[in-house]
Design a protein around this ligand. Structure first.
Ligand code: FES
Length: 378
């Protein structure tokens, strides 16, 4: 996950935020990111044979406030079960009235197959507002390198579209890996964006040529040799990477081998099997007396439940029939982030929350066990 807080060119960073903010303000009231929203599908586009883009507008027409690289948590009833999954947003914040996700159909994937088979124009689903810290808004640099594989292209596409929409002509090299040329998502659009923005260069590397024998892009897998050829100044670039866990491990290893500064490397993954180093346990002040049963109150709804100190707040809430937005249940994605108004927990997360959010009283309920009675901002 991202390295510790480090910021570049605060003036430019502020400028980006101001542009996004003025878009949202022009649009009026925005969708508060901690509220569940009903989204209505208004367009479905086939990107490749197994990837579709689903575009949504909010139920009450509110613009969506987010930063490029952030994700939505989608909630749907599949069969008898309520299923929640995180998807990074592929549309840019410069077009706030429609928000899109681009989804690859995964064999056995519950949500991806449900979306491909059921989501049509006019159909609705629930979503929780955008979150996530995988965004270049906090990491301004003179030069960027975007590395993606498969549907990992989506957050980087949102970043690229934003930059082009704002006429920034940033120095971006976009290197995308795919199985075959036919599997390259947004291939035509990336060519078009590169024509509009001369400092944007794109390269594609495919494992095989498939049914395009005259393919002139790279073949095989991304290697240090290929990277050095296409992006000779890669050591000077702020790197953003998204793709399957194996791809990101390989990319990280080759950048390390090439001498790239790991502090300038950022990656996004909801793959909880990826070797994310667990952060230290964050323990609030311990309770005064040993106690094994605690009361949890929800301040906004006046609901409450009791739970043992050996389970997480999220799982106890679910048992009590209380729905709390969640996805990974491993402290990775940040979806269950909630402010603890009173009381203390032990939290053992995997990078899904920032230090400054912890200081403001937020905790990830999926990996927090109470050490006292709690009042939550829910
Ligand atoms: Fe992902 Fe809690 S559900 S961090």
């Amino acid at each position: 996950m991202n390295s510790p807080d480090r910021h570049f060119e605060p003036a430019t960073q502020t400028a980006d935020r101001l542009v996004y903010a003025s878009t949202w303000e022009t649009a009026g009231r925005v969708w508060p990111s901690n509220e569940r929203q009903l989204l209505t599908c208004c367009r479905v586009t086939d990107e490749t044979h197994d990837v579709k883009t689903f575009e949504f507008r909010t139920g009450d027409g509110l613009p969506v406030r987010f930063e490029p690289g952030q994700f939505l948590t989608i909630s749907a009833v599949v069969g008898e079960q309520s299923v929640e999954r995180c998807y990074t947003i592929s549309s840019p914040p410069t077009r706030p009235f429609l928000v899109s996700i681009t989804v690859k159909r995964v064999p056995g994937g519950v949500m991806s197959n449900w979306l491909h088979d059921n989501m049509v124009v006019g159909k609705t689903l629930d979503a929780y507002g955008p979150s996530g810290s995988f965004t270049p808004t906090d990491w301004h640099a003179p030069k960027y390198l975007y590395l993606s594989a498969g549907s990992g292209v989506t957050p980087l596409m949102s970043m690229t579209r934003s930059s082009v929409d704002l006429g920034q002509d940033r120095d971006i090299v976009f290197v995308h890996s795919a199985r075959t040329p036919a599997d390259i998502v947004f291939r035509d659009e990336l060519h078009r964006l590169a024509r509009q923005s001369p400092n944007l260069r794109r390269f594609f590397v495919c494992e095989g040529v498939g049914d395009e024998p005259d393919w002139s892009g790279g073949t095989g897998r991304l290697s240090l040799e290929l990277l050095s050829k296409w992006v000779p100044d890669y050591l000077e670039r702020e790197v953003f990477t998204c793709g399957p866990a194996g791809y990101m491990s390989a990319v990280r290893a080759l950048l390390r081998e090439g001498g790239h500064n790991p502090e300038r490397y950022h990656q996004e993954s909801f793959d909880i099997t990826e070797g994310v180093a667990p952060a230290p346990v964050i323990a609030d002040a311990p309770a005064n007396a040993p106690q094994t049963s605690f009361t949890v109150k929800l301040s906004r709804t006046s609901r409450s439940f009791t739970m043992s100190g050996s389970e997480t707040v999220l799982s106890a809430a679910k048992k009590a029939g209380i729905k709390i937005a969640s996805s990974c249940s491993q402290g990775v994605c940040g979806t269950c982030k909630t402010k603890v108004l009173e009381g203390a927990v032990d939290m053992h997360h995997n990078g899904g929350i920032r230090d400054r959010e912890v200081q403001k009283g937020f905790r990830l309920l999926c990996c927090s066990k109470p050490t006292s009675d709690l009042v939550l901002d829910l």
